[in-house]
Design a protein around this ligand. Structure first.
Ligand code: NAD
Ligand code: TYD
Length: 360
């Protein structure tokens, strides 16, 4: 049975990936999830899989060499899928150091431990071992307002925020391991994800949550920055397909071909909430454009991201399956059905951060 070591599996994409993998492979795989449970890590995301014999959770920091080496020593790990990271651009602008710590140094620890566990005496690696580094399209910088401009795997790195700079650094480390040691790895650079379990500091869950509560909907700058939105399950599928069918040492860009201005996203969410809230629900009265509030722009705000997923489609046959209209309905339905989840994450630390960030 193949054993996966998933880092950051209690976060948004990692938990969706774990659900996806158990749905697909059921008892044919084993997953060890290592997560430090920062503000973004939430074990409630994994309620459905806890109790499985083929699932183990280990609370550990990926920067903790001994803890990570111990996991490799005690288990014959076949695949690493490395999600763990600090992931929010606004937080990186306020506090860059922890991004360097987790995203760069943490990735170095993961690479070192996997290399030590998998390397043979002659410097080659044990058969079938693979490391997948989950990264972002933000490493490529910002595109102009031109709908024919896209990020390709060959686009030079040009990160702007401390978040994207730290992810670019971690990508470079993975590339260095592949080039220097022929370390068996892949990198995926994916566009913005949305879906169940996303922490409500990111645009889509923040807007859904605020609108339902009748709170202001903060739009940075002119609201015309463009992001390329992908339903999270499609990302989980892409990661699995890259490990199954991708060529080792390659980078694959993953994107939804679904570029939208932030203000468009907000209008779609408001319209969809209106459609989905039942007649007579008191929230129908306040879920309106009146809530939209333009606020100060993000520092260094990247204008436009757009992925050309040509390579992953041609080589692996992956394509986004969930149209945005359907994905946003599924996401909203999930938030309707999981009000307690939202209540729990919006209390405590997140609330303090939120008040500080949006005090104006
Ligand atoms: P997230 O913030 O929701 O989750 C991150 C997880 O990592 C949390 O469970 C957290 O507890 C854990 N973590 C953080 N620091 C850790 C540490 N030092 N040791 C162990 N665990 C730690 O992030 P996400 O949105 O799920 O993103 C996951 C990965 O995907 C990240 O590497 C991110 O750069 C990448 N990515 C995200 C998006 C997106 O739209 N969210 C798009 C492309 C790529
Ligand atoms: P975000 O979800 O933080 O993802 P990223 O910055 O990694 O792309 O933001 C998506 C876009 O939405 C980005 O252009 C910033 C904008 N935004 C707002 O306008 N208001 C908000 O409250 C947030 C969180 C983001």
């Amino acid at each position: 049975m193949r054993t996966y070591l998933v880092t950051g599996g209690a976060g948004f994409i990692g938990s969706n990936y774990i659900h996806y993998m158990f749905k697909k492979y059921d008892n044919d795989i084993r997953i060890i999830n290592v997560d430090a449970l920062t503000y973004a890590g939430n074990l409630e995301n994994l309620k459905g899989v806890e109790g499985r014999d083929n699932y183990t959770f280990v609370k550990a920091d990926i920067c903790d060499k001994e803890a990570i080496a111990k996991i490799f020593a005690e288990n014959d790990i076949d695949r690493v899928v490395h999600f763990a990271a600090e992931s929010h651009v606004d937080r990186s602008i306020r506090n860059p150091e922890v991004f360097v710590q987790t995203n760069v140094l943490g990735t170095a620890v993961m690479l070192n431990c996997a290399k030590a566990a998998w390397e043979l005496e002659d410097g080659t690696f044990k058969e079938g071992k693979k490391f997948l580094h989950v990264s972002t399209d933000e490493v490529y910088g910002s595109l102009p307002d031109d709908e024919n401009a896209f990020f390709y795997e060959t686009t030079p790195y040009d990160p702007h925020s401390p978040y994207s700079a730290s992810k670019a650094s971690s990508d470079m480390l993975v590339k260095a391991y592949m080039d220097t040691y022929k370390f068996p790895a892949n990198i995926t650079n994916c566009s913005n994800n949305y879906g169940p379990y996303q922490f409500p500091e990111k645009l889509i869950p923040l807007i859904i949550n605020n609108a339902l509560q009748g709170k202001k909907l903060p739009v940075y700058g002119d609201g015309k920055n463009v992001r390329d939105w992908l339903f999270v399950e499609d990302h989980a599928k892409a990661i699995d397909m890259v490990q199954e069918k991708g060529r080792l040492f390659e980078t694959y860009n993953v994107g939804g071909h679904n570029e939208k201005q932030n203000i468009e996203i907000i209008h779609i969410i408001l319209d969809t909430l209106q459609e989905m809230l039942p007649e007579g629900d008191p929230r129908k009265a306040h879920v309106t454009e009146q809530l939209i509030t333009y606020v100060e722009d993000r520092k260094g705000h990247d204008r436009r991201y757009a992925i050309a997923p040509d390579k992953i489609k041609a080589e692996i046959g992956w394509e986004p399956e969930t149209m945005f209209k359907e994905g946003i309905r599924k996401t909203i339905q999930w938030f309707f059905e999981n009000e307690d989840w939202m209540k729990n994450v919006t209390s405590g630390d997140y609330q303090k951060y939120y008040n500080d960030m949006y005090k104006n």
